[in-house]
Design a protein. Structure first.
Length: 490
């Protein structure tokens, strides 16, 4: 079954124009079908943290499975003109695109995996033209979900086991952004979403209460609560801050008593403004004195991980958190530093040649080779270190890890348990991977987050996780960088 049931699958023209012109150029140069390797990763951990949560692979799979050029796509491409007002693309090139069949190998980190900067989240190997064409779409499909899933993991961690509901659709960057964010937030640790379309499309739980407008639509708050309880007797959570919050709690109690007489229960109340810590304590006292010990207190109002941390440090008695704008928009860091770089290319004789970009900024120099990540574990199951290595040069059983800045090296002894994180997804364009349900990705995220060392996952002053390059590949990379400085062929 398709992850999104065929709805909203990105079309082939979801790309930048320079991918089109480069594709035409590769075709004219006779190298369109030469095998190439690209890696997708990111350069810096978001939100001041030291980890990220891989997300977006399932949507990328849907895109790649459906990738083709429709007649209208080809007609549009045929209409494009260059600066000379002449057709931009040759008719024979468009004919080549009309016979497109996706033929790449894709290896990727499963959704919900804890990942780190300067690692490949995804490896593409296949015809140069095809691997180049899909760059923009893959970045769009993976960058934003990874960003939101990471934000959700941080917020869920700050909630200390209390459920977090994602309420961000109305503030998201359009419908597509809202639906994508809802799924990514669920993968990252949210318990449910208010987004009904995301619930349908991805089979994730939906939750919600009612708006202030419901209360204002009736003559008084008590009447509004009673009518809502009549409409939703088995799902009654009441928003109590439209007029006076504590009076609203007392009105909710009266409605709860009526529900109790019918053998039902008041599920919860929601606080959406004011001093949430103090109001939650006062509301809890009112509820408990009336015997509503099992009625939950839900809180919303521009929350994020730091506000949750602050409220809990003040003793807030909040059972469920509703987080919207600052989650669905990745409010404090609107873009992941995702990149997609050519790393290897076969020459005319079929031999792999390394390719890399040199930069005056060390962080922007790309990594050559056909790369994989090996994660080593301690006997207790805690991740100990990640080693990025080249499949061509290989890796030893106890490899030497060189830090990313090249300043230190250490041998990884007594770590017999490991796994390679990039798993086969496509082979020659055929899907060989069973995309897990979002719930399974969420469970993976939660277990991996819990296994991270506490200093790595904490919100304030996090410590870096041990990552680096396999020593022989690092030496090769250093030689290639030096050769690039002198203008030598790499």
């Amino acid at each position: 079954m398709s992850i999104n049931q065929g709805e909203g699958t990105p079309p082939a023209l979801l790309t930048d124009l320079y991918q089109v012109t480069m594709a035409c150029g590769y075709w004219k140069a006779g190298i369109a079908d030469r095998s190439a390797v690209f890696h997708l990763g990111f350069r810096r951990h978001p939100f001041g943290g030291q980890y990220a949560v891989a997300c977006g692979l399932n949507q990328a799979i849907d895109y790649l499975r459906s990738l083709h050029f429709s007649d209208s796509d080809l007609t549009y491409l045929e209409s494009l003109c260059g600066a000379d007002d002449q057709p931009l693309l040759a008719p024979d090139f468009l004919d080549y695109l009309s016979r497109w069949r996706f033929r790449c190998d894709i290896d990727a980190v499963p959704e919900g995996t804890m990942v780190f900067a300067h690692q490949p989240l995804l490896r593409v190997r296949g015809p140069l033209l095809q691997a180049q064409w899909i760059e923009t779409a893959l970045l769009a499909l993976i960058n934003f979900p990874t960003l939101v899933a990471t934000k959700a993991a941080r917020i869920a961690g700050a909630a200390q086991g209390r459920p977090v509901l994602e309420f961000g659709l109305r503030r998201a960057q359009g419908p597509d952004g809202g639906v994508t964010a809802s799924r990514a937030a669920f993968v990252g640790g949210c318990a449910a979403t208010s987004n009904v379309l995301a619930g349908k499309r991805f089979d994730i739980p939906v939750r919600g209460t009612h708006a202030h407008s419901w209360v204002m639509a009736f003559d008084n708050e008590q009447q509004a609560f009673e009518q809502y309880a009549e409409a939703m007797p088995g799902n009654c959570t009441l928003l109590v801050d439209t007029y006076d919050t504590l009076a609203g709690v007392r009105h909710a109690v009266q409605t709860g008593l009526q529900l109790r007489q019918r053998g039902l229960r008041l599920q919860g109340i929601r606080l959406d403004s004011g001093d949430l810590a103090q109001l939650s304590k006062q509301a809890r006292q009112i509820l408990d004195e009336a015997g509503f010990h099992d009625t939950l207190i839900v809180a919303s109002s521009d929350l994020d991980e730091y506000e949750l941390e602050r409220l809990l440090s003040q003793g807030a008695l909040i059972d469920v958190w509703g987080v919207g704008t600052r989650l669905a928009t990745a409010y404090d860091e609107p873009a992941l530093t995702g990149v997609y770089k050519l790393a290897a290319l076969q020459d005319a004789d079929g031999k792999w040649t390394y390719r890399m970009k040199r930069s005056e900024e060390q962080a922007k120099a790309s990594d050559p080779g056909i790369l994989q990540i090996r994660r080593f574990y301690r006997p207790d199951g805690q991740p100990a270190a990640d080693v990025v290595y080249d499949l061509i040069t290989g890796i030893e059983a106890s490899p030497t890890l060189v830090s990313l800045d090249g300043s230190t090296a250490q041998q990884l002894d007594n770590l017999p348990h490991w796994e390679d994180l990039l798993v086969p997804v496509f082979r020659e364009g055929d899907l060989v991977y069973q995309p897990p349900h979002a719930k399974a990705a969420r469970e993976r995220c939660q277990s991996q987050w819990a296994a991270l060392p506490e200093p790595v996952r904490r919100l304030r002053d996090p410590q870096p996780y041990l990552i680096g390059r396999e020593s022989r590949w690092n030496a090769l990379r250093t030689r290639l960088l030096e050769a690039a400085k002198t203008g030598m062929d790499t």
